[in-house]
Design a protein around this ligand. Structure first.
Ligand SMILES: NC(=O)c1ccc[n+]([C@@H]2O[C@H](COP(=O)([O-])OP(=O)(O)OC[C@H]3O[C@@H](n4cnc5c(N)ncnc54)[C@H](OP(=O)(O)O)[C@@H]3O)[C@@H](O)[C@H]2O)c1
Length: 258
């Protein structure tokens, strides 16, 4: 099976690429910058230059590809918006995959996206799930919560470096999961026919609040955290301000997830 990983330089995409290579797949990675993606080539993947927002770059990347795992999403710091990458780019990718006769398509959505339609990325994920279901592709949707990897920079390093950690008291607990384990599910799904045309939640075993994560880090590091509480109302004001400038729209969309 010849696999195309989209978003292979990202937190999850690189784990998907590594896992697929370990399992003996011939892995192609659609990357925007081959220089930034050089490590994927060293691992044994073949790099194909392309961009979800440049639809012409997609058909050549899909030549002789039998399966796609799409782990791309707009970077908060990128000039391309969530709408451009996660919606317009994904529509182009799904159409190109269908036209290329791709056998399997794995897509990462967000858990409970349908409950938070006011959040732009959640609504886009919900609409993409519908689009995939209507596409005629042999798709599998994996609905994720959050990645353990994100906790390192948000909590672990600040605590180890005696810096302040910001905690949003009212935010719902999240069942974080290691991206390495999510990658195993995604690659395994390629060979399990029962997963085709289905949607699965893929989350960790225990939901934890920000305070619980801080206390766990304190226990593991034997250090006391300097905690600053960030009210949700403050994040909402920040979001409104970020929406004011086009160049901070991606930041605003991320704040909407809090
Ligand atoms: N992170 C979470 O906690 C979380 C939670 C639930 C669901 N998810 C979903 O899981 C998936 C992976 O998320 P992640 O956190 O691993 O993402 P990430 O680390 O932010 O990586 C994003 C990837 O998308 C690529 N990308 C961005 N714009 C692109 C474009 N225009 N064309 C082609 N590639 C583009 C980036 O490439 P460059 O290196 O070139 O920027 C990068 O490889 C996404 O679908 C996300 O919505 C994530």
């Amino acid at each position: 099976m010849s696999l195309l990983v989209v978003g292979a330089t990202g937190t999850l995409g690189r784990q998907v690429t590594r896992r697929a290579l370990e399992e003996g797949y011939q892995v192609h990675c659609l990357v925007r910058s081959p220089r930034k993606a050089a490590f994927l080539k060293e691992w044994g993947a073949e790099l194909v230059q392309g961009n979800l927002c440049d639809p012409k770059s997609l058909p050549p990347a899909l030549e002789e590809i039998t399966a796609v795992i799409d782990a791309a999403t707009a970077r908060p710091t990128d000039s391309l918006s969530v709408k451009q990458v996660d919606w317009e780019g994904k529509v182009a990718l799904i159409q190109a995959a269908k036209a290329a006769g791709v056998d399997r398509f794995i897509f990462f959505s967000i858990l409970d996206a349908e409950k938070y339609r006011q959040v732009p990325l959640m609504e886009i994920k919900r609409c993409t799930e519908i689009l995939l279901a209507q596409s005629g592709l042999n798709y599998t949707v994996l609905r994720l919560a959050g990645f353990m990897q994100g906790l390192v920079s948000q909590y672990a390093i600040p605590i180890l470096e005696n810096q302040t950690v910001w905690v949003t008291g009212e935010a719902s607990p999240i069942a974080f999961m290691d991206a390495i384990d999510i990658a195993k599910f995604a690659v395994q799904a390629l060979t399990v026919p029962e997963t085709a045309g289905k949607t699965f939640p893929v989350v960790g075993p225990q939901a934890m609040s920000g305070y619980e994560i801080v206390h766990l880090c304190e226990k593991l590091s034997d250090r006391e955290a300097k905690i600053a509480r960030m009210p949700l109302s403050f994040l909402r004001v920040m979001r409104q301000m970020a929406r004011f400038f086009q160049w901070t729209w991606n930041v605003a969309d991320r704040l909407a997830l809090c």
